[in-house]
Design a protein around this ligand. Structure first.
Ligand SMILES: *Cc1c(COP(=O)(O)O)cnc(C)c1O
Length: 362
């Protein structure tokens, strides 16, 4: 049996630590999703998420993990004869590239070394060939801790390639870092809620442009579960195409209202302050894996310059303090380790964690 009495506090980049008051939101009485109580919950939640994401376009409440929207963005908005430019810079953006192919669409990679950003210049060079209908970009690449310069990229795209659709994986960025969806001119962005929303896993928030919906109407065989056109039709009735995970929506509603109360600028600032603190610590004790300018604000990937045993460190952190951090991802295991500081983590939590790591690796 799982020991529920004393689970470790999570400083891994997803799922992250969830506050008890948020957990309670998932334990409310069940309601029928075709009843007026649900319609109110749905309507109110989407209205708040529109403020969180600075959009007046579509917001979808999606019962799946974020990977579902990797597939949905492609199947809804890209025809079989079109080609997608996949900006690959780490495990998640690389995987999205392979998802494009698995949906039977043409994909061409734009690869950079893991930890390095995909710059506006690099994307510009590729798009100048004129052969791409859409581009996929990850905002915060969780496997390396790198944040792409998406504001610069978006400016370039708006100016030079206004017809290319822009799909952005913001899974470990959303609410931890700025997203002005309409101003950026993006077509699809999304995040599962176990990252900076700090809710248990199993649910995704997506923003989808009007233009993406118009495009979807021209694409045959969009599939059933993630049909964007069907999501829009149901949103008009404050509903979802299939039975949603209502407990998750109650929790999203709760977290969105807390975020708006704090103010998005303040939420982003809080994440930046934790990131700055963690990066200063990392530079003093070890080194940063990414160039500081391109470090994400929701987690820090530390280069293991002292060659410590990360597995052993994690074991003693759990045994002595009941917390866990994350080893490096894939090939970066042992070479790096990752500390998440997002969602409802506080500066005090982070300082405490780092002092415990200091004590363990003296
Ligand atoms: C966690 C993560 C994913 C995968 O999300 P799931 O909810 O597990 O499908 C995708 N992209 C990024 C950048 C992530 O951090």
């Amino acid at each position: 049996m799982v020991d529920w009495k004393n689970p470790p506090k999570l400083f891994i980049p997803g799922p992250v630590h969830v506050l008890p008051e948020v957990l309670q939101q998932l334990a409310r009485p069940t309601m029928g999703h075709r009843n007026k109580e649900y319609a109110q919950l749905h309507n109110e939640t989407i209205a708040m998420l529109k403020q969180v994401l600075f959009t007046e376009q579509n917001v979808f409440l999606v019962t799946s993990s974020a990977s579902g929207i990797w597939e949905a963005s492609i199947r809804n908005c890209v025809s079989k004869d079109e080609t997608v430019l996949a900006c690959m810079c780490g495990a998640f953006s690389d995987k999205w590239g392979s998802v494009i192919k698995s949906c039977g669409r043409n994909m061409e990679p734009l690869k950079v070394e893991w930890g390095k950003p995909t710059t506006a210049e690099l994307i510009d060079q590729k798009l100048a060939t004129g052969k791409y209908a859409a581009v996929t970009i990850v905002y915060s690449e969780t496997s390396t801790g790198m944040a792409n310069p998406v504001y610069e990229i978006s400016e370039m795209l708006k100016k030079k390639y206004p017809d290319v659709l822009v799909f952005v994986d913001a899974v470990s960025a959303m609410v931890g870092m700025p997203i002005h969806f309409d101003k950026l001119g993006w077509d699809v962005t999304f995040a599962s809620v176990q990252k900076a929303f700090a809710i248990p896993p199993g649910f995704t928030v997506a923003a989808v442009s009007k233009r993406a919906i118009e495009k979807a109407k021209t694409v045959p065989e969009r599939g059933y579960y993630f049909d964007f056109v069907d999501f829009v039709k149901n949103n008009e009735k404050d509903n979802t195409p299939t039975t949603p995970s209502i407990p998750h929506i109650v929790a999203v509603n709760y977290q969105a209202s807390r975020l708006l109360k704090e103010g998005m600028e303040n939420v982003w600032k809080r994440h930046k302050e934790m990131a700055d603190y963690c990066r200063a610590w990392a530079k003093d004790r070890f080194a940063l894996f990414c160039e500081e300018k391109y470090c994400t604000n929701t987690l820090t990937t530390v280069k293991n310059t002292r060659n410590i045993d990360i597995g052993a460190l994690n074991k003693s952190l759990q045994a002595n303090h009941n917390v866990i951090i994350s080893n490096g991802y894939g090939d970066l295991k042992g070479v790096t380790f990752r500390i998440a500081h997002m969602g409802d983590h506080t500066m005090q939590d982070l300082k405490e964690l780092l002092s415990w790591i200091d004590a363990e690796v003296k």
